[in-house]
Design a protein around this ligand. Sequence first.
Ligand code: MG
Length: 163
Amino acid sequence: MDIRIGNGYDVHALAPGLPMWLGGVQIPSENGFVAHSDGDVAIHALCDALLGALALGDIGHLFPDTDPAWKGVDSKLLLAKVVERVHSQGFAVSNVDITIALQRPKLAPHIEAMREALAPILGIAPQRVSLKATTTERLGFVGRGEGCEVWATCLLINPSHHE
Ligand code: MG
């Protein structure tokens, strides 16, 4: 058995009048994320965790923001492509754990929807998808409402691999 751990980190700036996509769902908010894609910073951190576990580089390398193909793209599609790579190497996702730092809006009412949105793409049950949200007590750029910060960890398992 081959077990790999990965971690990912991403930050996106907030700006008024943009849609807020986070964890695969749209959150009602007066602010959204400035990005080339749909700006789903939670999915981006998760993609980097999955890629990191297999030392496959990062999401910016795979889907460059200079490529018009990824303009406004649904980040769930990027996640699906990353999971495809994981599976093609014989690995399955065991679980993921994601921490989102955002001052507002409160994310608690949306956590279950995020788990339900991400689980099928990861090929696991929602019980294996952990999402946690915190404010930063009004400290730093997150606390000032200027952006959102996300950390993601994943565990991958390949039952037959011995390299
Ligand atoms: Mg990003």
